[in-house]
Design a protein. Sequence first.
Length: 309
Amino acid sequence: MQPTIILHTGVGTTPLTDKQKAKKLADLAIEAIDAGYQALESNVDRPALKAVEKTINVLEASGIVNAGVGAVKQSDGIQRRDATIMDGSTLACGAVSSLENVKHTISVARRLMEFTELPGDESKDPKWNFYFCGYYVDKIFEIHGEKVPDEWKMSGKPSMVPRVSDGDTVGAVAIDTRGTIVAGTSTGGLSGSYPGRIGDSPVIGAGTYASCHCGVSNTGRGENVMKLVAAKRVCDLVKLEKINVMIAVDRMIKEYEQTFPNTSGRIGTIAIDKDGNWTAQFNGAAMTWAVKSKGHGFYGQRRDEKIEF
Ligand code: ASP
């Protein structure tokens, strides 16, 4: 299998409305996909997992997307971040919601995923529990004799944190030489939402899903994405209808439009299937995406745009 990695930095309007920011997003997408591809080609254990984490780490540290440092604020002025990572070869996953002072939300999710893979007594050391919120994340690390590493935490005053517009959630999907597919998504959610609101991004099957057939990361109006269980829907289409991800994502987005005809909320999706096919599709005005496969890189921002880098 040829290793392939794809990312998005959220569905929205930016590349059409703000040329400077569009350029920054394109440069960032290329930097992040290169970093992920390097990990994917390296000799590490679980290269697809490492690649998705690395790619999202670069995006989270940038301050120009709605994840990690640049997460938007809820209506009480506080940033709350959500993330999920899922390994399609085992269905192992880790998910977190409403983290206030963590920059590398995806790394916290990955570590939680690893805790759940530990053998243990279910009643006391709950290996089946993979989704935690806010304050309790520190507790679950403590239970496993660890602390959330300082380099994953925010530094500096929250007021120094840049504010970004809606959209700009980030996600990545990778397949490695063994055919293992991993998907991850990291976000600050929707700007100005009620405190404690959680969207689709950390919800398994909605914003994020990976199986041995397919991996998906979504962006868009989280409430709709959850109602459609959109990421799992794509994977089911690939598995049950034996179609590739290009067709499956196109069908899911059409279903989204039929189900929510009057919504202004949009959806954007990246996906890779077990045969290494990849796709980036959206029904909003724009979505920055980038892919690297067989040493070749492409990115796009507007409809039908595919530029080699
Ligand atoms: N889906 C994210 C949420 O609803 C937002 C986004 O993708 O822009 O939290």
